[in-house]
Ligand binder design. Structure first.
Ligand SMILES: NC(=O)c1ccc[n+]([C@@H]2O[C@H](COP(=O)([O-])OP(=O)(O)OC[C@H]3O[C@@H](n4cnc5c(N)ncnc54)[C@H](OP(=O)(O)O)[C@@H]3O)[C@@H](O)[C@H]2O)c1
Length: 258
């Protein structure tokens, strides 16, 4: 039997090189996802597909430790029931899990979700579990807000845009108000699309600072694209900053051309 190499004790060097130190005045926004060679992030009807191999999955958990918050759309919670944790990072490193943020305009958050159950059962592992924070529309019924808060989540009402979404360009101010200096946005498709296609920040720089994509050598065929098909027009121009091979996968660090 061949001995396993020791687990790394720090993030992959290319991540450290390409992510800036936290700046509370300008929260850093990273967009990240794993896709197949045919640009799908999930299977038919949104069924979960394991795309990342062990090496790139570990990289994703290191990336989580490098951000104050991790954000997903409500459909990802409903379909995948993710925990958004850092369980692949060796415990002796004392890495901090990011604060989970869920974009959920209508407050459809399922009270049976694993992320909430783990928070409510945190007594045995308080250092590795964070309370789910849900950003919903400020017109959501107060009784529903109370119900979700009584179940253990924190609900943060915010203004919605004309399409009833949480406007991507409001995120930097929301993050500052919550004392969060960086966020890693992990999907799904609708969220990736609206952040990729959003207007620039007030200082004319792109809203999204870094894009980190894991490309797995497989085809999914009928499935969910990294952005919905209707949104494939008017995607921004991007440039590749760095590519690393991790096991079977390629991990690309890109940024939006200003
Ligand atoms: N491979 C990967 O890396 C990866 C990662 C995560 C998820 N996924 C996959 O992604 C799929 C889910 O993607 P999805 O597109 O159905 O859902 P999603 O992006 O997870 O969530 C979309 C929902 O978020 C809400 N929302 C709030 N603000 C929004 C905004 N600015 N723009 C867009 N939506 C906003 C809307 O809720 P309302 O409709 O209630 O208004 C919208 O329907 C799943 O199949 C999952 O497996 C893959």
């Amino acid at each position: 039997m061949t001995a396993q190499p020791p687990a790394p004790t720090s993030p992959p060097a290319f991540l450290t090189r390409h992510l800036p130190p936290p700046n509370p005045d300008r929260p850093h926004i990273t967009l990240t996802w794993a896709q197949s060679l045919d640009a799908k992030i999930a299977g038919k009807n949104g069924s979960r597909v394991i795309l990342s191999g062990p090496e790139s999955m570990l990289m994703t958990h290191w990336l989580r430790t490098m951000h104050d918050a991790i954000l997903v759309g409500i459909n990802t919670i409903v379909l995948d029931d993710p925990r958004l944790k850092i369980q692949l990072i060796p415990p002796h490193i004392n890495a901090h899990p990011p604060q989970p943020l869920i974009l959920d305009p209508k407050l459809r958050f399922p009270l049976s979700s694993r992320i909430l159950a783990e928070w409510n059962a945190r007594a045995s592992k308080p250092e590795v579990v964070r309370q789910p924070w849900i950003l919903c529309g400020d017109t959501v019924d107060v009784k529903l807000v109370q119900q979700v808060e009584q179940a253990g989540a924190r609900v943060i009402p915010v203004s919605l845009d004309a399409e009833g979404r949480i406007p991507p360009n409001a995120l930097p101010d929301i993050l500052r108000s919550l004392n969060l200096r960086s966020v890693m946005i992990e999907g799904g498709s609708a969220i990736l699309s609206s952040f990729l296609r959003s207007p620039p920040r007030d200082d004319a720089s792109p809203l999204v600072d870094s894009i980190i994509v894991t490309v797995a050598p497989m085809f999914i065929g009928d499935g969910i694209g990294f952005v919905p098909e209707a949104d494939e027009h008017a995607l921004p121009q991007i440039e590749t900053v760095y590519t690393e091979t991790m096991g079977k996968d390629a991990v690309m660090v890109c940024k939006i051309k200003a």
